[in-house]
Design a protein around this ligand. Structure first.
Ligand code: C2E
Ligand code: MG
Ligand code: MG
Length: 238
């Protein structure tokens, strides 16, 4: 963070019906001078355990907002950008205030930024977290529940949660065509999302067969290497 070695890549999320970009997910990378380009799996856990995720997370939100502002200034219309927010970040600071402050600082239309949270955040049914999410949603910031199906959260609690999207975890998507349990998990997630009025997103879409399967199930949006890998912001200029 101090040596300015972190950067963001952006991966498109595609609307299955229209084929257009529905959003971009900002994904954190670390350009290490010796070890090369590191992925979140190599350092997010340490950042969480050490508490550094607080500062890193603020950097991520700031960088994404700055990027949106840069593109807007160049007349490039971006779909909404989603940033991942670790549950820990809600402990270190008032996340909702931080995010709304950055959105105001860069003069960004609130609908242009959204956050992705994991079910882990919802596990202790914390009212304070719930209130922060509500503040964000009323401020126009979209909220996606990431890695859905892997975090043991209560469905009852999920029902009352301010959220806009449900993202099915890749482990289910990836094996849905070969494993009946994974397939049932995807189908149930779709039904739940529709019932809750949420958009449903599938991650890890790598094949045309998978795309067709998801389309038949009525999934709204898809993200995966089939459409695009995470890319440097410059890639969106062409
Ligand atoms: P995630 O939020 O579920 O992000 C999706 C991950 O799936 C990304 O991995 C992306 O590169 C990968 N992916 C997308 N499409 C495909 C595909 O078709 N096949 C395969 N095999 N993988 C695909 P990435 O970038 O390594 O990020 C891993 C996780 O790290 C993220 O999972 C997220 O939980 C976390 N993360 C990333 N950026 C941040 C951040 O800024 N802050 C925090 N707190 N966590 C972050
Ligand atoms: Mg995510
Ligand atoms: Mg995910």
């Amino acid at each position: 963070l101090q040596r300015d070695q972190l950067f963001l890549e952006y991966q498109p999320i595609v609307d299955i019906a229209s084929g257009e970009y529905a959003g971009l997910e900002a994904l954190l990378r670390w350009q290490h001078p010796v070890r090369g380009r590191l992925l979140p799996q190599d350092f997010i856990r340490v950042a969480n355990d050490s508490g550094l995720i607080g500062n890193i997370g603020q950097w991520v939100v700031n960088r994404a907002c700055a990027q949106i502002a840069e593109f807007t200034a160049q007349g490039i219309i971006l779909p909404p950008v989603a940033v991942n927010v670790s549950p820990k970040q809600f402990q270190f600071s008032n996340m909702s205030a931080d995010i709304l402050e950055k959105v105001a600082k860069y003069n960004i239309a609130p609908g242009k930024l959204s956050i992705e949270i994991t079910e882990e955040l919802l596990l202790d049914h914390n009212q304070e977290v719930h209130d922060q999410l509500e503040t964000l949603q009323s401020g126009g910031i979209g909220i996606s529940i990431d890695d859905f199906g892997t975090g043991y959260s209560s469905l009852q609690y999920l029902r009352d949660l301010p959220a806009t999207r449900l993202k099915i975890d890749q482990t289910f998507t990836r094996s849905a065509l070969t494993d009946s349990f994974a397939r049932a998990s995807v189908e149930i997630s779709v039904r739940l999302a529709k019932e809750m009025g949420l958009k449903i997103v599938a991650e890890g879409v790598e094949t045309v067969e998978m795309w067709n399967f998801l389309q038949d199930l009525g999934i709204d949006e898809a993200q995966g290497y089939l459409m695009a890998k995470p890319m440097a912001p410059d890639a969106f200029l062409t």
